[in-house]
Write a protein that binds this ligand. Structure first.
Ligand code: FES
Length: 273
């Protein structure tokens, strides 16, 4: 059993938890994820590792209460335990050698963009972190992100905090201003990652995206997280979650994600009854 040591509310439907999981913390690296089950009969859900503390043996996760399982998870409190907490899974992000990077986070994706930016910043890289949210009420980790980069560019769709702009607009302006990035790392909704990749394509800047495909077993066996990359079949859980954004077939991945919406709505209804 994996004990919840800390629980914090980041905004109306986003929570942060620190879990006691020493053998996951021992091996965890930026970009990897865990799969958890709240209880024995529960659904397995993947969550990216937001941070880890090897000495304390803890893993931090951040999640939005949008599905039946994340709603159930959000009801747990400090001292409660999770039934399973498996990881670290997936390949670690390849950050070595990057000297100047733009990290782009969208909404909850900032919870994953933040550890990437932090790791790069600690490795001495110059990091422009572009963080986009729909409005001021859903901004998370602002202070943490500011401390983890060289420049934080905070934007909202409605201008209620920071500049009113899309992350792709800011990225294009920074590139056009002469910033020569070794790589752009984009993490957020698939549609945002698709447009980040389209923004960098004409400039030929290496663009890494973190694919949040639907996952079941997390071991490459079930095929749930299948996606096409450069015309080849890949599995986000074992080949990713990071991929070359210029090669990912985002339209196919978005169609696959939409396939499960009806089942998820039924599961949420059942949870709320
Ligand atoms: Fe099953 Fe990736 S989650 S193959």
């Amino acid at each position: 059993m994996y004990k919840i040591l800390e629980k914090k509310t980041l905004n109306a439907n986003t929570k942060q938890m620190v879990i006691d999981a020493p053998h996951v913390a021992k091996k965890a690296q930026p970009g990897q994820f865990i799969i958890l089950r709240v209880d024995e009969d529960g659904e397995r859900i993947p969550l990216t590792i937001a941070s880890y503390d090897r000495e304390k043996g803890t893993i931090m996760i951040i999640f939005q209460e949008v599905g039946a399982t994340t709603k159930k998870l959000g009801l747990l409190n400090e001292g409660d335990c999770l039934h399973d907490f498996v990881g670290p899974l997936g390949r670690a992000s390849e950050l070595e050698g990057l000297k100047k990077v733009a990290v782009v986070g969208g909404g909850l994706g900032c919870a994953i963009a933040y550890p990437q930016a932090k790791a790069l910043h600690e490795m001495g890289a110059e990091v422009d972190l572009i963080a986009g949210f729909r409005n001021k009420d859903i901004i998370i980790l602002e202070d943490e992100m500011r401390a983890a980069c060289t420049n934080l560019h905070l934007v909202t769709d409605d201008g209620s905090n920071g500049r009113k702009a899309l992350v792709t607009q800011v990225l294009k302006e920074l590139i056009d201003a002469g910033n020569q990035y070794d790589a752009v790392i984009a993490i957020g909704p698939m549609i945002m990652m698709k447009f980040v990749a389209e923004t960098t394509r004409p400039y030929g800047i290496k663009t890494i995206v973190s694919m949040n495909s639907t996952m079941v077993d997390g071991t490459g066996m079930c095929g749930g997280c299948r996606l096409s990359v450069g015309g080849e079949i890949k599995f986000a859980c074992v080949d990713g979650p990071d991929f070359d954004g210029h090669l990912v077939d985002f339209d196919e991945s978005m169609r696959r994600s939409a396939m499960y919406k009806k089942q998820e709505a039924h599961a949420v209804e059942a949870h709320e009854c």
